[in-house]
Design a protein around this ligand. Structure first.
Ligand SMILES: Cc1cc2nc3c(=O)[nH]c(=O)nc-3n(C[C@H](O)[C@H](O)[C@H](O)COP(=O)(O)OP(=O)(O)OC[C@H]3O[C@@H](n4cnc5c(N)ncnc54)[C@H](O)[C@@H]3O)c2cc1C
Ligand code: SF4
Length: 498
Protein backbone atom coordinates (compact mmCIF):
# COMPACT_ATOMS: atom_id res chain seq x y z
CA UNK A 1 0.00 0.00 0.00
CA UNK A 2 1.01 3.68 -0.19
CA UNK A 3 2.24 4.99 3.18
CA UNK A 4 0.56 3.19 6.08
CA UNK A 5 -0.29 6.47 7.81
CA UNK A 6 -0.46 8.58 4.63
CA UNK A 7 -4.19 9.26 4.79
CA UNK A 8 -3.81 10.61 8.34
CA UNK A 9 -0.72 12.74 7.78
CA UNK A 10 -1.18 14.09 4.28
CA UNK A 11 -3.95 16.42 3.10
CA UNK A 12 -5.53 16.17 -0.35
CA UNK A 13 -4.21 18.75 -2.79
CA UNK A 14 -6.71 19.92 -5.39
CA UNK A 15 -5.75 19.77 -9.04
CA UNK A 16 -3.94 22.87 -10.15
CA UNK A 17 -5.43 25.06 -12.88
CA UNK A 18 -4.11 27.93 -14.96
CA UNK A 19 -5.33 31.35 -13.86
CA UNK A 20 -8.98 31.67 -15.07
CA UNK A 21 -8.51 35.23 -16.42
CA UNK A 22 -5.31 34.31 -18.27
CA UNK A 23 -6.60 31.12 -19.83
CA UNK A 24 -9.59 32.92 -21.34
CA UNK A 25 -7.12 34.33 -23.87
CA UNK A 26 -6.42 30.95 -25.42
CA UNK A 27 -7.95 27.52 -26.19
CA UNK A 28 -5.32 25.40 -24.47
CA UNK A 29 -6.14 22.97 -21.64
CA UNK A 30 -7.11 24.80 -18.45
CA UNK A 31 -5.59 22.20 -16.10
CA UNK A 32 -1.94 22.41 -15.05
CA UNK A 33 -0.09 19.22 -14.10
CA UNK A 34 1.08 18.32 -10.59
CA UNK A 35 4.78 17.77 -9.93
CA UNK A 36 6.06 14.19 -9.38
CA UNK A 37 6.72 15.06 -5.76
CA UNK A 38 3.11 16.13 -5.13
CA UNK A 39 1.77 13.07 -6.95
CA UNK A 40 3.92 10.70 -4.92
CA UNK A 41 2.60 12.36 -1.73
CA UNK A 42 -0.97 12.09 -2.94
CA UNK A 43 -0.50 8.42 -3.91
CA UNK A 44 0.69 7.82 -0.35
CA UNK A 45 -2.80 8.72 0.92
CA UNK A 46 -4.28 5.54 -0.59
CA UNK A 47 -5.15 3.04 2.14
CA UNK A 48 -5.17 -0.02 -0.18
CA UNK A 49 -8.49 -1.01 1.42
CA UNK A 50 -9.38 -4.68 1.62
CA UNK A 51 -12.43 -4.02 -0.55
CA UNK A 52 -11.54 -1.03 -2.73
CA UNK A 53 -14.89 0.47 -3.73
CA UNK A 54 -13.04 2.92 -6.00
CA UNK A 55 -12.00 0.10 -8.34
CA UNK A 56 -15.39 -1.54 -8.86
CA UNK A 57 -17.75 0.41 -11.13
CA UNK A 58 -21.45 -0.02 -10.60
CA UNK A 59 -24.65 2.03 -10.73
CA UNK A 60 -26.38 3.04 -7.51
CA UNK A 61 -29.60 5.09 -7.64
CA UNK A 62 -28.97 6.03 -11.27
CA UNK A 63 -25.42 7.32 -10.72
CA UNK A 64 -22.06 5.67 -11.21
CA UNK A 65 -20.07 4.62 -8.18
CA UNK A 66 -16.48 3.40 -8.56
CA UNK A 67 -14.48 2.98 -11.75
CA UNK A 68 -16.41 1.38 -14.65
CA UNK A 69 -13.26 -0.05 -16.28
CA UNK A 70 -12.15 -1.52 -12.93
CA UNK A 71 -8.88 0.40 -12.90
CA UNK A 72 -6.45 -1.19 -10.41
CA UNK A 73 -6.30 2.08 -8.49
CA UNK A 74 -4.71 1.05 -5.17
CA UNK A 75 -1.98 -0.81 -7.08
CA UNK A 76 -0.92 2.16 -9.21
CA UNK A 77 -1.28 4.61 -6.34
CA UNK A 78 1.27 2.56 -4.45
CA UNK A 79 3.62 2.36 -7.45
CA UNK A 80 3.45 6.14 -7.93
CA UNK A 81 4.16 6.67 -4.24
CA UNK A 82 7.30 4.54 -4.72
CA UNK A 83 8.29 6.38 -7.91
CA UNK A 84 7.79 3.26 -10.10
CA UNK A 85 6.08 5.07 -12.96
CA UNK A 86 6.72 2.50 -15.69
CA UNK A 87 5.22 -0.28 -13.57
CA UNK A 88 2.27 2.00 -12.75
CA UNK A 89 1.74 2.51 -16.49
CA UNK A 90 1.76 -1.25 -17.16
CA UNK A 91 -0.84 -1.73 -14.44
CA UNK A 92 -3.01 1.13 -15.75
CA UNK A 93 -2.97 -0.13 -19.34
CA UNK A 94 -4.32 -3.51 -18.24
CA UNK A 95 -7.78 -2.03 -17.71
CA UNK A 96 -8.02 1.28 -19.55
CA UNK A 97 -7.28 1.73 -23.26
CA UNK A 98 -7.29 5.53 -23.09
CA UNK A 99 -6.34 6.92 -19.65
CA UNK A 100 -5.23 10.15 -21.33
CA UNK A 101 -8.94 10.88 -21.96
CA UNK A 102 -10.40 9.73 -18.64
CA UNK A 103 -7.49 11.25 -16.66
CA UNK A 104 -8.50 14.61 -18.15
CA UNK A 105 -12.30 14.60 -18.32
CA UNK A 106 -13.76 11.72 -16.30
CA UNK A 107 -16.00 13.00 -13.47
CA UNK A 108 -14.11 10.48 -11.31
CA UNK A 109 -16.85 8.40 -9.70
CA UNK A 110 -13.91 6.47 -8.19
CA UNK A 111 -13.16 9.43 -5.93
CA UNK A 112 -16.77 9.59 -4.66
CA UNK A 113 -16.45 5.98 -3.49
CA UNK A 114 -12.88 6.22 -2.14
CA UNK A 115 -12.85 4.96 1.47
CA UNK A 116 -10.83 7.97 2.64
CA UNK A 117 -13.77 10.09 1.41
CA UNK A 118 -16.04 8.73 4.15
CA UNK A 119 -14.46 11.22 6.53
CA UNK A 120 -11.85 13.19 4.53
CA UNK A 121 -11.29 14.46 0.99
CA UNK A 122 -10.71 11.54 -1.42
CA UNK A 123 -7.40 10.41 -2.87
CA UNK A 124 -6.68 12.40 -6.07
CA UNK A 125 -7.09 9.36 -8.30
CA UNK A 126 -7.92 11.09 -11.58
CA UNK A 127 -4.85 13.37 -11.56
CA UNK A 128 -2.57 10.46 -10.77
CA UNK A 129 -4.10 8.54 -13.69
CA UNK A 130 -3.45 11.41 -16.11
CA UNK A 131 0.13 11.84 -14.92
CA UNK A 132 0.94 8.13 -15.34
CA UNK A 133 -0.18 8.09 -18.98
CA UNK A 134 1.27 11.52 -19.84
CA UNK A 135 4.61 10.33 -18.47
CA UNK A 136 4.26 7.17 -20.55
CA UNK A 137 3.99 9.23 -23.74
CA UNK A 138 6.70 11.73 -22.71
CA UNK A 139 9.20 8.96 -21.97
CA UNK A 140 8.46 7.03 -25.15
CA UNK A 141 7.14 4.02 -23.20
CA UNK A 142 4.04 3.89 -25.39
CA UNK A 143 4.91 2.39 -28.74
CA UNK A 144 2.74 0.69 -31.39
CA UNK A 145 1.84 -2.90 -30.44
CA UNK A 146 1.52 -4.61 -33.80
CA UNK A 147 -0.30 -7.95 -33.53
CA UNK A 148 1.94 -10.88 -34.43
CA UNK A 149 -0.76 -12.88 -36.18
CA UNK A 150 -3.95 -12.12 -38.07
CA UNK A 151 -7.08 -14.26 -37.90
CA UNK A 152 -8.39 -13.35 -41.35
CA UNK A 153 -11.68 -12.13 -39.80
CA UNK A 154 -12.93 -8.65 -40.67
CA UNK A 155 -14.84 -6.37 -38.29
CA UNK A 156 -16.57 -3.09 -39.19
CA UNK A 157 -17.18 -0.56 -36.43
CA UNK A 158 -19.57 2.31 -37.08
CA UNK A 159 -18.56 5.38 -35.06
CA UNK A 160 -15.10 6.42 -33.85
CA UNK A 161 -15.96 7.71 -30.36
CA UNK A 162 -14.40 6.15 -27.25
CA UNK A 163 -16.65 3.05 -27.52
CA UNK A 164 -15.72 2.38 -31.16
CA UNK A 165 -12.04 3.13 -30.53
CA UNK A 166 -11.85 0.82 -27.49
CA UNK A 167 -13.61 -2.01 -29.34
CA UNK A 168 -11.28 -1.50 -32.32
CA UNK A 169 -8.18 -1.54 -30.08
CA UNK A 170 -9.18 -4.77 -28.37
CA UNK A 171 -10.22 -6.61 -31.55
CA UNK A 172 -7.10 -5.50 -33.39
CA UNK A 173 -4.95 -6.86 -30.57
CA UNK A 174 -6.90 -10.14 -30.88
CA UNK A 175 -5.67 -10.29 -34.50
CA UNK A 176 -8.82 -9.28 -36.38
CA UNK A 177 -8.74 -6.78 -39.24
CA UNK A 178 -10.69 -3.75 -38.05
CA UNK A 179 -12.14 -0.84 -40.03
CA UNK A 180 -13.75 2.09 -38.20
CA UNK A 181 -16.22 4.16 -40.24
CA UNK A 182 -16.84 7.76 -39.15
CA UNK A 183 -19.22 10.25 -40.71
CA UNK A 184 -17.30 13.31 -39.46
CA UNK A 185 -14.10 14.49 -41.10
CA UNK A 186 -12.11 13.63 -37.96
CA UNK A 187 -12.12 10.54 -35.72
CA UNK A 188 -12.83 10.67 -31.99
CA UNK A 189 -16.62 11.15 -31.67
CA UNK A 190 -17.49 13.52 -28.84
CA UNK A 191 -13.85 13.48 -27.72
CA UNK A 192 -13.18 15.53 -30.85
CA UNK A 193 -16.41 17.33 -31.71
CA UNK A 194 -18.14 17.75 -28.34
CA UNK A 195 -15.74 18.25 -25.46
CA UNK A 196 -13.95 21.58 -26.09
CA UNK A 197 -10.21 21.88 -26.61
CA UNK A 198 -9.59 23.58 -23.26
CA UNK A 199 -10.85 20.44 -21.48
CA UNK A 200 -9.26 17.88 -23.81
CA UNK A 201 -6.64 19.03 -26.30
CA UNK A 202 -7.42 17.54 -29.71
CA UNK A 203 -3.76 16.68 -30.22
CA UNK A 204 -4.23 14.16 -27.38
CA UNK A 205 -7.07 12.51 -29.34
CA UNK A 206 -5.19 12.63 -32.66
CA UNK A 207 -2.10 11.11 -31.03
CA UNK A 208 -4.15 8.07 -29.96
CA UNK A 209 -5.84 7.73 -33.36
CA UNK A 210 -2.40 7.82 -35.06
CA UNK A 211 -1.14 5.12 -32.70
CA UNK A 212 -4.15 2.87 -33.42
CA UNK A 213 -3.54 3.38 -37.15
CA UNK A 214 0.10 2.38 -36.75
CA UNK A 215 -1.12 -0.75 -34.98
CA UNK A 216 -3.18 -1.68 -38.02
CA UNK A 217 -6.66 -0.18 -37.54
CA UNK A 218 -8.15 1.53 -40.59
CA UNK A 219 -10.12 4.74 -39.84
CA UNK A 220 -12.36 5.72 -42.75
CA UNK A 221 -13.63 9.25 -42.06
CA UNK A 222 -16.23 11.38 -43.92
CA UNK A 223 -18.16 8.17 -44.58
CA UNK A 224 -21.69 7.80 -43.27
CA UNK A 225 -23.09 4.30 -43.00
CA UNK A 226 -26.65 4.37 -44.28
CA UNK A 227 -25.74 7.03 -46.86
CA UNK A 228 -22.30 6.38 -48.39
CA UNK A 229 -22.33 2.64 -47.65
CA UNK A 230 -25.52 0.67 -46.99
CA UNK A 231 -25.87 -1.60 -43.95
CA UNK A 232 -26.35 -4.62 -46.25
CA UNK A 233 -23.07 -3.87 -48.07
CA UNK A 234 -21.36 -3.70 -44.71
CA UNK A 235 -22.88 -6.98 -43.51
CA UNK A 236 -21.83 -8.70 -46.76
CA UNK A 237 -18.24 -7.45 -46.61
CA UNK A 238 -17.50 -8.00 -42.90
CA UNK A 239 -17.75 -10.97 -40.55
CA UNK A 240 -19.18 -8.80 -37.80
CA UNK A 241 -20.44 -5.22 -37.35
CA UNK A 242 -20.53 -3.11 -34.17
CA UNK A 243 -22.81 -0.07 -33.91
CA UNK A 244 -21.07 2.62 -31.80
CA UNK A 245 -22.86 5.64 -33.19
CA UNK A 246 -23.41 7.47 -29.90
CA UNK A 247 -26.59 9.17 -28.70
CA UNK A 248 -26.29 12.62 -30.19
CA UNK A 249 -29.93 13.42 -31.03
CA UNK A 250 -30.50 16.53 -28.97
CA UNK A 251 -33.59 17.30 -26.89
CA UNK A 252 -35.35 20.38 -28.23
CA UNK A 253 -37.30 23.14 -26.50
CA UNK A 254 -40.32 23.58 -28.81
CA UNK A 255 -41.69 26.78 -27.30
CA UNK A 256 -42.87 30.04 -28.88
CA UNK A 257 -40.11 31.79 -30.83
CA UNK A 258 -37.87 28.69 -31.12
CA UNK A 259 -37.19 29.48 -34.79
CA UNK A 260 -35.73 32.91 -33.97
CA UNK A 261 -32.32 33.56 -35.47
CA UNK A 262 -29.78 33.11 -32.68
CA UNK A 263 -31.29 30.04 -30.97
CA UNK A 264 -29.01 27.00 -31.44
CA UNK A 265 -28.45 23.53 -30.09
CA UNK A 266 -25.38 23.41 -27.83
CA UNK A 267 -23.80 20.61 -29.84
CA UNK A 268 -24.05 22.54 -33.11
CA UNK A 269 -22.35 25.48 -31.41
CA UNK A 270 -19.57 23.36 -29.85
CA UNK A 271 -18.94 21.30 -32.99
CA UNK A 272 -18.44 24.19 -35.39
CA UNK A 273 -16.30 26.01 -32.85
CA UNK A 274 -13.86 23.09 -32.52
CA UNK A 275 -13.88 22.41 -36.25
CA UNK A 276 -13.05 26.02 -37.08
CA UNK A 277 -10.31 26.06 -34.41
CA UNK A 278 -8.73 22.89 -35.83
CA UNK A 279 -9.19 23.79 -39.50
CA UNK A 280 -7.94 27.34 -39.44
CA UNK A 281 -7.51 28.76 -35.94
CA UNK A 282 -10.92 30.49 -36.52
CA UNK A 283 -9.66 32.26 -39.65
CA UNK A 284 -12.37 30.65 -41.85
CA UNK A 285 -15.16 32.30 -39.82
CA UNK A 286 -17.19 29.07 -39.98
CA UNK A 287 -18.48 29.16 -36.43
CA UNK A 288 -21.31 30.65 -34.37
CA UNK A 289 -19.87 33.76 -32.76
CA UNK A 290 -20.82 34.97 -29.26
CA UNK A 291 -18.68 38.12 -29.51
CA UNK A 292 -20.44 41.15 -28.02
CA UNK A 293 -23.65 39.18 -27.37
CA UNK A 294 -25.77 38.51 -24.31
CA UNK A 295 -25.60 34.71 -24.18
CA UNK A 296 -27.98 32.41 -22.32
CA UNK A 297 -27.31 28.70 -21.94
CA UNK A 298 -30.42 26.66 -21.18
CA UNK A 299 -29.45 23.52 -19.27
CA UNK A 300 -27.49 23.17 -16.05
CA UNK A 301 -25.20 20.27 -17.00
CA UNK A 302 -21.68 19.81 -18.29
CA UNK A 303 -22.55 20.47 -21.94
CA UNK A 304 -23.92 23.83 -20.82
CA UNK A 305 -20.70 24.53 -18.92
CA UNK A 306 -18.68 23.78 -22.07
CA UNK A 307 -20.82 26.33 -23.94
CA UNK A 308 -20.08 28.95 -21.26
CA UNK A 309 -16.32 28.39 -21.54
CA UNK A 310 -16.54 28.67 -25.34
CA UNK A 311 -18.66 31.84 -25.32
CA UNK A 312 -16.31 33.48 -22.80
CA UNK A 313 -13.34 32.84 -25.09
CA UNK A 314 -15.30 34.40 -27.93
CA UNK A 315 -15.68 37.53 -25.76
CA UNK A 316 -19.45 37.50 -25.12
CA UNK A 317 -20.99 40.57 -23.48
CA UNK A 318 -22.71 38.61 -20.70
CA UNK A 319 -23.41 34.97 -19.85
CA UNK A 320 -26.11 33.21 -17.82
CA UNK A 321 -26.80 29.48 -17.38
CA UNK A 322 -30.34 28.34 -16.54
CA UNK A 323 -30.93 25.17 -14.53
CA UNK A 324 -34.33 23.58 -13.96
CA UNK A 325 -33.42 22.20 -10.54
CA UNK A 326 -32.54 24.01 -7.28
CA UNK A 327 -28.89 24.45 -6.33
CA UNK A 328 -27.37 21.21 -4.97
CA UNK A 329 -26.45 21.02 -1.26
CA UNK A 330 -22.88 21.76 -0.15
CA UNK A 331 -22.48 18.33 1.48
CA UNK A 332 -24.04 14.90 1.00
CA UNK A 333 -27.59 14.51 2.32
CA UNK A 334 -28.93 11.39 4.07
CA UNK A 335 -30.34 9.93 0.84
CA UNK A 336 -26.99 10.25 -0.98
CA UNK A 337 -24.66 8.28 1.26
CA UNK A 338 -21.14 7.03 0.45
CA UNK A 339 -20.21 5.19 -1.84
CA UNK A 340 -22.80 6.78 -4.17
CA UNK A 341 -21.63 9.52 -6.53
CA UNK A 342 -21.78 12.68 -4.38
CA UNK A 343 -24.64 14.91 -5.58
CA UNK A 344 -23.20 18.11 -4.16
CA UNK A 345 -22.64 21.65 -5.37
CA UNK A 346 -19.50 22.03 -7.45
CA UNK A 347 -17.89 24.86 -9.37
CA UNK A 348 -16.76 23.74 -12.82
CA UNK A 349 -13.89 25.27 -14.79
CA UNK A 350 -16.35 27.34 -16.86
CA UNK A 351 -18.09 28.77 -13.79
CA UNK A 352 -14.73 29.90 -12.36
CA UNK A 353 -13.94 31.57 -15.67
CA UNK A 354 -17.31 33.38 -15.80
CA UNK A 355 -16.78 34.62 -12.25
CA UNK A 356 -13.26 35.79 -13.10
CA UNK A 357 -14.57 37.75 -16.09
CA UNK A 358 -17.92 39.10 -14.84
CA UNK A 359 -17.53 38.89 -11.06
CA UNK A 360 -20.30 36.36 -10.42
CA UNK A 361 -21.26 32.74 -10.91
CA UNK A 362 -23.39 32.55 -14.08
CA UNK A 363 -25.91 29.99 -12.76
CA UNK A 364 -29.59 30.65 -12.19
CA UNK A 365 -31.57 27.86 -10.54
CA UNK A 366 -35.19 26.60 -10.64
CA UNK A 367 -35.93 28.61 -13.74
CA UNK A 368 -38.05 27.78 -16.78
CA UNK A 369 -37.95 29.40 -20.20
CA UNK A 370 -41.44 30.40 -21.40
CA UNK A 371 -40.71 31.90 -24.82
CA UNK A 372 -38.14 33.43 -27.15
CA UNK A 373 -38.90 36.85 -28.66
CA UNK A 374 -37.40 38.06 -31.94
CA UNK A 375 -37.22 41.56 -33.47
CA UNK A 376 -38.94 42.52 -36.74
CA UNK A 377 -36.09 40.83 -38.70
CA UNK A 378 -36.54 37.51 -36.91
CA UNK A 379 -33.41 37.98 -34.80
CA UNK A 380 -33.59 36.92 -31.17
CA UNK A 381 -33.75 39.87 -28.79
CA UNK A 382 -35.04 38.50 -25.49
CA UNK A 383 -36.11 35.49 -23.52
CA UNK A 384 -38.96 35.25 -20.98
CA UNK A 385 -38.72 33.07 -17.86
CA UNK A 386 -40.52 32.17 -14.68
CA UNK A 387 -39.20 30.74 -11.39
CA UNK A 388 -40.27 27.20 -10.48
CA UNK A 389 -40.70 25.44 -7.14
CA UNK A 390 -40.91 21.79 -6.17
CA UNK A 391 -44.21 20.70 -4.59
CA UNK A 392 -45.89 17.40 -3.78
CA UNK A 393 -48.94 16.55 -5.91
CA UNK A 394 -52.08 14.66 -4.80
CA UNK A 395 -50.31 11.31 -5.48
CA UNK A 396 -47.37 12.21 -3.25
CA UNK A 397 -45.08 12.77 -6.27
CA UNK A 398 -42.65 15.70 -6.55
CA UNK A 399 -43.62 18.09 -9.37
CA UNK A 400 -42.55 21.58 -10.36
CA UNK A 401 -45.00 24.51 -10.47
CA UNK A 402 -44.56 28.12 -11.50
CA UNK A 403 -44.14 30.73 -8.78
CA UNK A 404 -46.66 33.54 -9.51
CA UNK A 405 -45.19 37.01 -10.04
CA UNK A 406 -41.69 35.79 -10.92
CA UNK A 407 -41.81 36.36 -14.69
CA UNK A 408 -38.65 37.99 -15.99
CA UNK A 409 -37.35 39.25 -19.35
CA UNK A 410 -33.68 38.68 -20.23
CA UNK A 411 -31.89 40.39 -23.13
CA UNK A 412 -30.35 37.72 -25.37
CA UNK A 413 -28.94 37.58 -28.88
CA UNK A 414 -27.57 34.04 -28.59
CA UNK A 415 -29.25 31.12 -26.81
CA UNK A 416 -27.74 27.65 -26.58
CA UNK A 417 -30.03 24.71 -25.78
CA UNK A 418 -28.24 22.10 -23.67
CA UNK A 419 -31.08 20.15 -22.07
CA UNK A 420 -29.88 16.65 -22.87
CA UNK A 421 -30.09 14.03 -25.56
CA UNK A 422 -32.93 11.79 -26.75
CA UNK A 423 -30.76 8.92 -28.01
CA UNK A 424 -29.09 7.80 -31.24
CA UNK A 425 -30.12 9.17 -34.63
CA UNK A 426 -32.86 6.80 -35.76
CA UNK A 427 -32.54 6.52 -39.58
CA UNK A 428 -29.43 4.29 -39.48
CA UNK A 429 -31.04 1.98 -36.93
CA UNK A 430 -34.15 1.72 -39.10
CA UNK A 431 -32.21 0.86 -42.28
CA UNK A 432 -30.18 -1.66 -40.32
CA UNK A 433 -33.38 -3.21 -38.98
CA UNK A 434 -32.10 -3.42 -35.42
CA UNK A 435 -34.68 -3.46 -32.62
CA UNK A 436 -34.71 -0.42 -30.33
CA UNK A 437 -35.77 0.19 -26.76
CA UNK A 438 -36.50 3.78 -25.66
CA UNK A 439 -34.92 4.87 -28.98
CA UNK A 440 -31.59 3.11 -28.13
CA UNK A 441 -30.26 -0.04 -29.79
CA UNK A 442 -31.74 -3.02 -27.98
CA UNK A 443 -28.77 -5.16 -26.87
CA UNK A 444 -28.34 -6.38 -23.28
CA UNK A 445 -25.25 -5.27 -21.37
CA UNK A 446 -22.79 -8.16 -21.17
CA UNK A 447 -24.15 -9.71 -24.37
CA UNK A 448 -24.25 -6.68 -26.69
CA UNK A 449 -25.79 -8.61 -29.60
CA UNK A 450 -28.73 -7.10 -31.47
CA UNK A 451 -31.59 -9.00 -33.06
CA UNK A 452 -29.44 -9.37 -36.20
CA UNK A 453 -26.86 -12.19 -36.27
CA UNK A 454 -23.31 -10.80 -36.14
CA UNK A 455 -24.40 -7.21 -35.43
CA UNK A 456 -23.53 -5.85 -31.98
CA UNK A 457 -23.95 -2.45 -30.26
CA UNK A 458 -22.00 -0.61 -27.55
CA UNK A 459 -21.50 2.79 -25.94
CA UNK A 460 -24.04 5.60 -25.90
CA UNK A 461 -25.95 4.09 -28.86
CA UNK A 462 -26.88 1.24 -26.50
CA UNK A 463 -26.95 2.85 -23.05
CA UNK A 464 -27.89 6.49 -23.87
CA UNK A 465 -25.73 9.60 -23.35
CA UNK A 466 -23.30 8.66 -20.59
CA UNK A 467 -19.58 8.94 -19.79
CA UNK A 468 -16.34 8.26 -21.65
CA UNK A 469 -15.31 5.67 -19.09
CA UNK A 470 -18.54 3.72 -19.69
CA UNK A 471 -17.97 3.95 -23.44
CA UNK A 472 -14.49 2.44 -22.95
CA UNK A 473 -15.94 -0.25 -20.70
CA UNK A 474 -18.57 -1.15 -23.33
CA UNK A 475 -16.00 -1.09 -26.15
CA UNK A 476 -13.82 -3.58 -24.26
CA UNK A 477 -16.72 -5.79 -23.27
CA UNK A 478 -18.31 -5.90 -26.74
CA UNK A 479 -14.90 -6.80 -28.21
CA UNK A 480 -14.79 -9.88 -25.99
CA UNK A 481 -18.24 -10.95 -27.25
CA UNK A 482 -17.37 -10.30 -30.89
CA UNK A 483 -14.09 -12.22 -30.55
CA UNK A 484 -16.05 -15.11 -29.03
CA UNK A 485 -18.59 -14.91 -31.88
CA UNK A 486 -15.83 -15.02 -34.51
CA UNK A 487 -13.50 -17.58 -32.94
CA UNK A 488 -15.72 -19.62 -30.61
CA UNK A 489 -13.65 -18.44 -27.60
CA UNK A 490 -11.77 -15.34 -26.46
CA UNK A 491 -8.84 -14.55 -24.24
CA UNK A 492 -9.49 -10.79 -24.25
CA UNK A 493 -9.85 -9.33 -20.74
CA UNK A 494 -13.27 -8.42 -19.31
CA UNK A 495 -14.18 -6.59 -16.10
CA UNK A 496 -15.44 -9.90 -14.67
CA UNK A 497 -11.90 -11.28 -14.90
CA UNK A 498 -10.39 -8.32 -13.00
C1 LIG B 1 -20.59 18.46 -24.91
C2 LIG B 1 -20.32 17.17 -24.22
C3 LIG B 1 -19.36 17.12 -23.22
C4 LIG B 1 -19.10 15.92 -22.58
N1 LIG B 1 -18.16 15.91 -21.60
C5 LIG B 1 -17.86 14.75 -20.99
C6 LIG B 1 -16.86 14.72 -19.98
O1 LIG B 1 -16.27 15.75 -19.64
N2 LIG B 1 -16.58 13.52 -19.40
C7 LIG B 1 -17.21 12.35 -19.76
O2 LIG B 1 -16.90 11.28 -19.21
N3 LIG B 1 -18.19 12.37 -20.69
C8 LIG B 1 -18.52 13.53 -21.32
N4 LIG B 1 -19.51 13.55 -22.27
C9 LIG B 1 -20.14 12.27 -22.65
C10 LIG B 1 -19.20 11.43 -23.55
O3 LIG B 1 -18.57 12.27 -24.48
C11 LIG B 1 -19.98 10.31 -24.25
O4 LIG B 1 -20.65 9.53 -23.29
C12 LIG B 1 -19.04 9.41 -25.07
O5 LIG B 1 -18.33 10.17 -26.02
C13 LIG B 1 -19.84 8.31 -25.78
O6 LIG B 1 -18.98 7.57 -26.60
P1 LIG B 1 -19.53 6.77 -27.88
O7 LIG B 1 -18.31 6.21 -28.53
O8 LIG B 1 -20.59 5.83 -27.47
O9 LIG B 1 -20.23 7.83 -28.83
P2 LIG B 1 -19.75 9.22 -29.46
O10 LIG B 1 -18.57 9.78 -28.75
O11 LIG B 1 -20.98 10.04 -29.54
O12 LIG B 1 -19.27 8.81 -30.93
C14 LIG B 1 -20.17 8.32 -31.88
C15 LIG B 1 -19.58 8.54 -33.26
O13 LIG B 1 -20.38 7.86 -34.24
C16 LIG B 1 -20.41 8.64 -35.42
N5 LIG B 1 -21.55 8.22 -36.23
C17 LIG B 1 -22.87 8.33 -35.90
N6 LIG B 1 -23.64 7.82 -36.90
C18 LIG B 1 -22.78 7.39 -37.87
C19 LIG B 1 -22.98 6.77 -39.15
N7 LIG B 1 -24.19 6.50 -39.62
N8 LIG B 1 -21.88 6.46 -39.89
C20 LIG B 1 -20.61 6.72 -39.43
N9 LIG B 1 -20.38 7.32 -38.21
C21 LIG B 1 -21.46 7.63 -37.43
C22 LIG B 1 -20.55 10.05 -34.87
O14 LIG B 1 -20.19 11.01 -35.84
C23 LIG B 1 -19.58 10.01 -33.70
O15 LIG B 1 -18.28 10.38 -34.09
C24 LIG B 1 -19.81 14.74 -22.92
C25 LIG B 1 -20.81 14.79 -23.90
C26 LIG B 1 -21.07 16.00 -24.54
C27 LIG B 1 -22.15 16.05 -25.57
S1 SF4 C 1 -11.44 6.23 -15.38
FE1 SF4 C 1 -12.63 7.70 -14.17
S2 SF4 C 1 -13.54 6.41 -12.57
FE2 SF4 C 1 -11.84 5.22 -13.45
S3 SF4 C 1 -10.03 5.70 -12.17
FE3 SF4 C 1 -10.03 7.13 -13.91
S4 SF4 C 1 -11.06 8.97 -13.10
FE4 SF4 C 1 -11.60 7.25 -11.75
Amino acid sequence: MGKATGFIEIKREEATERDPKQRLNDWKEYAAPFSDEVLSRQGARCMDCGTPFCHIGTEINGSTSGCPVYNLIPEWNDLVYRGKWKEALDRLMKTNNFPEFTGRVCPAPCEGSCTVAISDPAVTIKNIEQSIIDKGFENGWITPRIPERRTGKKVAIIGSGPAGMAAADQLNQAGHTVTVFEKSDRAGGLLTYGIPNMKLDKEVVERRVRLLEQEGIDFVTSTEIGKDITPSELKEQYDSVIICTGAQKQRDLPIEGRKSEGVHFAMDYLTVSTKSLLDSGFQDGNYIDAKGKDVIVIGGGDTGADCIATALRQDCKSIVQFGKHPQLPLARTGDNAWPEFPKVFSVEYAHKEAKAKFGEDPRQYSIQTKRFVADENGKLKELHTVQMRKVTDENGMFVYEEVPGTEKVWPAQLVLIAIGFEGPEQPLLETFGVDTDKRRVKAAYGDFSTNIEGVFAAGDARRGQSLIVWAINEGREVAYKVDQFLMGKSSLPTVEAM
